[in-house]
Design a protein around this ligand. Structure first.
Ligand SMILES: Nc1ncnc2c1ncn2[C@@H]1O[C@H](COP(=O)(O)OP(=O)(O)O)[C@@H](O)[C@H]1O
Ligand SMILES: [Mg+2]
Length: 394
């Protein structure tokens, strides 16, 4: 029997469109002899939609007019089954059933552990990092704190909340100046280079912070690497086993690899749409020599473990060509195009990559299911309001 695979994408995130591209690529590549694919689209207003036309990129060009052909649904657990129920009408109707979920979401409100948490609450297996790894992977400050604690190299940085910047901007600016210009200013929890800019002096710094504050309450200001090479490695696995792909060297037209560089440059697909991350200008393998390549690959595996990641991730590195030192820039817990193009270099076709990801997920789910998750207790029997038990948590 085929496995019913729900592919969830979209969400209220600035990377909404990128997620649509990544998801449709994955849907096209999934082995249809093994899986029945059910696309599930979370629109920008957070409504979940169901229907076959979600597999077609044209659906999203005029979504407001097309959505009448789709069903609004929720995913829930009933009688030990994971059901999709239609939410229009007086009574909810079961319209489909899933076995496993493949989340292909990018950014806040979805990739940051929120979707993982929802799926865990229901109990359905899903092919990505779990709540902790997903949340760590989204916050550029906390990820650095964890990586530093694990002796993984990260660039120098200063971070603050918007409220702190309002009340003590002088002190914050002083700390940044002490670190030294140029710096890169980033919203802590965004992605796809949105809200990120470089500042070479105090005036530019203030403008850059104001821009980043438009997007986030938490800001990170990093020491900029001027003579920079950017390389990325994909890691596939879970807490038990992991392997690393060849490295890609990515190149942008500006100082900062921009949204434009990542998704809109390079060749377009035959249907005229963007190819997502698969279209970025890149060289594989990165031209950095065997020794550095090996060191970076090992650090990618170490980062994957330290941050509790699973599924397919991409760990991005910054190399300072002057000092030859490298730093982990960030993990991408659900990378654009699921990094399939990196695994292709390792002779793993996209279809086989997806297959491996799903198999790993099901195996881990079975392992976890064997752990004791509840134990019999009679604590509530003796509970009779205010006079009874001392409370449940001591
Ligand atoms: N410390 C840094 N020094 C130099 N360039 C940087 C630094 N941090 C980021 N960049 C540039 O900005 C781009 C986007 O930053 P990144 O942290 O990867 O954000 P996002 O999560 O939006 O991808 C990087 O790909 C790189 O080109
Ligand atoms: Mg990045």
């Amino acid at each position: 029997m085929k496995i019913k695979l729900g592919v969830i994408f979209g969400g209220e995130t600035v990377e909404h469109e990128v997620s649509i591209i990544s998801a449709l690529q994955a849907i096209k590549s999934i082995d249809k002899t093994k899986y029945d694919v059910v696309p599930l689209y979370i629109a920008k207003d957070r409504t979940w939609y169901y229907g076959n036309i979600l597999k077609d990129i044209d659906t999203y060009k005029d979504f407001n007019n097309v959505k009448k052909y789709l069903k609004k649904v929720v995913l829930c657990k009933k009688n030990n089954r994971y059901l999709l129920q239609n939410t229009t009408g007086l009574f909810r109707k079961d319209i489909d059933e899933l076995d496993v979920v493949l989340p292909v979401v990018h950014g806040n409100n979805v990739e940051d552990g929120t979707l993982a948490g929802y799926l865990d609450t229901i109990g359905i297996p899903y092919v990505s990092s779990r709540v902790l790894g997903s949340a760590l992977g989204q916050d550029k400050v906390v990820m650095k704190q964890v990586m530093s604690a694990c002796n993984i190299p990260v660039v120098d940085y200063v971070w603050f909340y918007d409220s702190e910047y309002l009340s003590e901007s002088e002190e914050i600016l002083k700390q940044i100046k002490k670190m030294g210009f140029p710096v890169i200013v980033k919203p802590s929890t965004l992605g796809s280079s949105i809200g990120i800019s470089k500042a070479k002096n105090e005036k530019e710094l203030k403008t850059a912070i104001d821009e980043a504050l438009e997007y986030d309450t938490k800001i990170v200001v990093e020491k900029a690497i001027e003579n920079l090479t950017e390389v990325n490695a994909s890691v596939l696995g879970n807490y038990e086993t992991s392997k690393v792909s060849p490295l890609e060297e990515v190149m942008g037209e500006d100082e900062i690899l921009s949204y434009q560089d990542k998704y809109l440059s390079g060749s377009k697909s035959k249907t005229g749409g963007s190819k997502g991350m698969a279209s970025t200008n890149r060289i594989i393998p990165a031209r950095i020599g065997d020794k550095l390549t090996k060191e970076i690959q090992e650090t990618a595996l170490k980062t994957f473990k330290a941050l509790n990641l699973s599924g397919v991730c991409r760990i991005d590195f910054l190399i300072d060509n002057d000092t030859k030192k490298f730093y982990v820039n960030e993990p991408n817990t659900i990378p654009g195009s699921l990094s399939y193009y990196l695994w292709k270099e390792d002779n793993l076709e996209y279809k086989d990559l997806l297959n491996e990801m799903i198999n790993l997920c099901i195996k881990e789910y079975k392992n976890r299911s064997r752990k004791t998750r509840a134990f019999e207790s009679n604590i509530l029997e003796g509970f009779n309001g205010s006079k009874g038990s001392k409370g449940l948590k001591q």
